[in-house]
Write a protein that binds this ligand. Structure first.
Ligand code: NAI
Length: 494
């Protein structure tokens, strides 16, 4: 039987130790009959060769050929322009959904386990967009901007993945976490696409929750959630919060799922303080490996290992970072060996997982695209230019600025409709108590009697050119309608 090829990067710091322990366990559970691991060069040693991506060309090729990467934690070089290899890998291969599973584990004491509260939930975090695009600019002496991009196809991918996973797990309800009460357009789109996607999953109840309330609810009553899907930054924060509920990052596995490449990794870092000592806890990597085995169809092996891990934790065997301080801790390899000894056993104090019948892998690698695919959700929408926002670096007062801007647009199709500062309207009305910084938004909209669609963007560009003759333009956005709906937000106070 052909074996599934999986690219393997052990990582830095404790990475090689916990990877060795995990692979030993996989071998003992018969995983190697179905999987061939292909080592790839990624991480600190590659950064040290001056490769700012942290992965060799050969590693990139192997990962793309395999379609799956199993990785240990990797060090991000401090300073020097080296970007996080983890973020690079997710973005390069469009691993758009980050799935993390949080379960109460026996032998891992938390305030919740002591209170008899059992946690079993999943977070699906959008993994590519949002502020993680890293599109940042200094716009003026005092102002820096980070662009927050949320796209309809990006939302659709992550929501469909979340709902499909919920369906597979037999979940009854999925929550969409968001901040659409404030970011009505970006988070509004995320929520709207969630509701749209949920229509194809009638057996699952779609619910939504504002992210700040979600954080409070998670701390007070975490059992009320089964799965939560969130935008990138909110998902990043909430998933670490959830890791804390079940005992910390060492117990939370992570899968980064994409159309062509998926990455399975431990969520903790390289733990430089204990690297090389043989004492690291391999549980997070083992749990991530279990997710990966299920991803390739090895449900039998995944369930067998999971039950053995639960039985081991239940027996009180523990590494130094958790467990009963009155019983001596074991090292990384001894911990893995304890799991190996329990392969075939089930936990007694908590429910084990059902072990499906033995079968081969079901993984089918999707074909390599000829060029980067363009993914689209909306087509055939009628758009019209109705004005522009010009952002200026200016020390003037709002009233003085308004006079200049009215002069600039006096003979064109636009009128000055508002000036705002940090999103708050300061002209034509405003409060003297609104403190202004050196970065203004000046909004021009069609004069009365000029109809939308009567010209394209060139008149806006001409106005921009005129303003730029005497002002420092920091940035510029067209104002457009989409099927008659405004494609821009109003200022606070407008
Ligand atoms: P860290 O997670 O490596 O360490 C934080 C604390 O947790 C340390 O006291 C460490 O000893 C402990 N710890 C972490 N994993 C453990 C394990 N498996 N067993 C026992 N104890 C464990 O976070 P830190 O110190 O902020 O980052 C160190 C390096 O790791 C940095 O270079 C960072 O960029 C990188 N990193 C990599 C990640 C990845 O590859 N996915 C994720 C987070 C950080």
């Amino acid at each position: 039987m052909a074996r599934v090829k999986i690219a393997l990067a052990s990582g830095d710091g404790i990475g090689p130790e916990i990877m060795e322990a995990t692979l030993g366990l996989f071998k003992a559970a018969g995983v190697m009959d179905h999987v061939a691991f292909e080592p790839v060069e990624m991480g600190a040693s590659v950064f040290a060769q001056g490769n700012s991506r942290g992965m060799s060309d050969r590693a990139v090729k192997t990962v793309e050929e395999c379609g799956i990467l199993f990785k240990g934690p990797m060090e991000t070089p401090k300073g020097g322009g080296g970007k996080s290899i983890n973020v690079t890998a997710r973005k390069l291969w469009n691993a758009y959904a980050n799935l993390r599973v949080f379960k109460t584990l026996p032998g891992v004491e938390t305030v919740y386990s002591r209170a008899g509260m059992t946690i079993d939930m999943a977070i699906v975090r959008e993994n590519i967009e949002d502020t993680y695009g890293g599109v940042e600019h200094r716009l003026s002496n005092d102002t820096i901007q980070c662009k927050r991009l949320i796209t309809a196809p990006g939302c659709d991918q992550v929501h469909r993945f979340a709902l499909q996973t919920a369906r597979k797990l037999g979940l009854k309800r999925v929550h969409c976490g968001h901040k659409a009460n404030i970011m009505k357009m970006t988070d509004g789109l995320f929520l709207e696409r969630f509701r749209q996607a949920a229509k194809d999953f009638p057996e699952i109840e779609p619910a939504d929750v504002i992210v700040d309330a979600l954080c409070m609810n998670l701390v007070i009553k975490p059992q009320q959630y089964q799965m939560i899907v969130l935008p990138n930054l909110q998902g990043d924060i909430v998933s670490d919060l959830c890791a804390g509920l079940v005992g910390g990052l060492g117990f939370a596995p992570s899968a980064n799922i994409g159309t062509h490449v998926s990455i399975f990794e431990a969520v903790h870092g390289t733990a430089p303080d204990i690297a090389g000592k043989g004492v690291a806890n391999p549980t997070s990597l083992i749990l991530s490996g279990i997710m990966m085995l299920r991803h390739v169809g090895l449900g039998h092996e995944a369930a067998t290992i999971e039950n053995a891990l639960l039985a081991t934790l239940e027996s009180g065997v523990h590494t130094g970072d958790f467990g009963d301080r009155n019983t001596p801790a074991v090292g990384t390899q001894a911990f893995a060996q304890a799991i190996i000894e329990r392969l075939g056993s089930e936990p007694k104090t908590v429910p084990g997982v059902t072990v499906p019948a033995k079968g081969g892998t079901t993984f089918v690698h999707s074909p390599k695209p000829a060029s980067p695919p363009v993914i689209r959700t909306f087509k055939n929408i009628v758009t019209h230019v109705v004005g522009c926002d010009i952002y200026l670096d200016s020390p003037l007062s709002p009233v003085a600025l308004a006079e200049e801007m009215q002069r600039a647009c006096s003979d064109g199709p636009f009128k000055l409709s508002l000036i705002s500062n940090r999103g708050t309207q300061v002209w034509p009305t405003g409060s003297v108590y609104t403190e202004c910084v050196d970065y203004y938004r000046v909004r021009f909209e069609l004069r009365d009697g000029v109809s939308a669609g009567s010209f394209g963007q060139s008149r806006c560009v001409a106005l921009l050119d005129r303003v730029a003759e005497s002002f420092t333009v920091c940035s510029y956005e067209l104002l457009r309608t989409f099927d008659g709906v405004k494609g821009y937000s109003l200022a606070q106070g407008q």
